[in-house]
Design a protein. Structure first.
Length: 268
């Protein structure tokens, strides 16, 4: 299991200096791995090899769709893995939030595959509103005007839900910060993750709003904001982290160089 392998071979902590409190793979995480594996299985194009060139091209387009969806699901899995390693929580709130996350992931698989399949098809010279099935039949993708908007509402709802659940999970860890004994750097990282997940959810909200107001194209283009927004956030949070690390280093150095306090004698 990938999760067990990472735990066994990782240092107790990560590159950000966050101490790992979850050092064993729990049954909750094992269930999560099974659900993620099932979700990835649903992305597979076809178990039957193509027999015609048209079927081959459908499989090729399906491969790129599978790759994009797999990358997104893997990033969700990696975030969940890191959360459990950092905080090691298994209380009731964690169980329910994780269960809702897994439910959304399984529900989100087909809308995710449909949207990425549509995008990849357009990039590879798709025939407008037409799609070619594996048997060569050409069918319309959308049969009504508002179906594209509905598609983006479903996709946006799933996108928002995933990151809102992560925001709630990080918020739950923040509420338990004293019990977890988070140090100042770990508290900074936790707050930073809350901001980041809420920004992702905000992009989903904006996409839904634009889809309702203008149409599916404008709603879909909204996700192009993810790269610049997350890049800017990374620069800002990285600068804040470096300032915090420098301040903590100075305080540690000052504490080491401070002269020892003379013992006080009791008054006569």
């Amino acid at each position: 299991m990938l999760r067990q392998h990472l735990v066994q071979n990782a240092v107790r902590g990560d590159d950000s200096g966050f101490r790992w409190r979850g050092t064993e793979v729990s049954r909750l995480e094992a269930l999560s791995d099974a659900v993620f594996g099932f979700a990835i299985t649903l992305l597979v194009v076809s178990l039957e090899p193509p027999r015609t060139f048209d079927q081959l091209m459908v499989a090729v387009r399906g491969f790129f769709t599978f790759a994009a969806c797999f990358a997104l699901l893997f990033m969700v899995w990696l975030n969940q893995y890191r959360w459990f390693r950092r905080y090691g929580l298994e209380d009731a709130a964690t169980v329910w939030l994780n269960a809702i996350l897994l439910f959304v992931i399984v529900f989100f698989v087909y809308p995710l595959k449909f949207v990425f399949g549509l995008v990849v098809g357009k990039m590879m010279g798709g025939q407008g509103n037409l799609a070619r099935l594996a048997d060569g039949t050409v069918v319309p993708i959308f049969t009504a005007e508002r179906q594209g908007v509905t598609m983006m509402l479903i996709f946006g709802g799933g996108y928002m839900a995933v990151f809102l659940i992560f925001a709630l999970m990080y918020g739950h860890a923040w509420r338990r910060r004293d019990a977890l004994r988070l140090d100042e750097l770990e508290r900074y990282e936790t707050r930073d993750n809350i901001r980041e997940t809420l920004m992702h959810a905000g992009i989903g909200v904006l996409s839904v709003a634009l889809s309702l107001r203008f149409g599916s194209l404008e709603g879909g283009l909204t996700y192009m904001l993810v790269a610049p927004v997350m890049t800017a956030h990374g620069f800002i949070s990285g600068a804040g982290r470096r300032r915090l690390v420098a301040r903590l280093a100075r305080e540690h150095a000052d504490a080491d160089t401070a002269p020892p306090r003379e013992p006080q004698t009791a008054p006569m």
